[in-house]
Design a protein. Sequence first.
Length: 155
Amino acid sequence: MAGRESEAGTREGAGRRPVRVLVAKPGLDGHDRGAKVVARALRDAGMEVVYTGLRQTPETIAQAAVDEDVDVVGLSSLSGAHRVLFPRVVQELRKRGRGDVLVIGGGIIPAADVAALEEAGVRAVFGPGSSTSEIVDFIRKALAGRDRGEVVGEE
């Protein structure tokens, strides 16, 4: 994507559109309060947010990301299935030609699992105690880096 991101969360350059983020809950996890808090914080930071709702499959998440032409997919898991589901979302995005999408995750994720998730293409993991401003700042910096030619997703 050409252009750079402004402080308000918009992409400058071709078309100057807001950063688009898909927030999703993969698997059978039935608790979405945290995902909704993050979605609202992203929206309040000037980003467009699409929330998929509970109990989504990696395939439906990836297809929604393609359909909505998002820059970022934020995954939330409290059920312990993150080691399987998060990498599958990354794989499904790549299958659909959208390996450039920034994938981040959050929830109850043990520190011991973070390296495996990052190796699978999840670019950041935010655990309990992470602030919404940390997430907003990470997205802004990562997308600005992508515009400078740095790797964000796995194209």
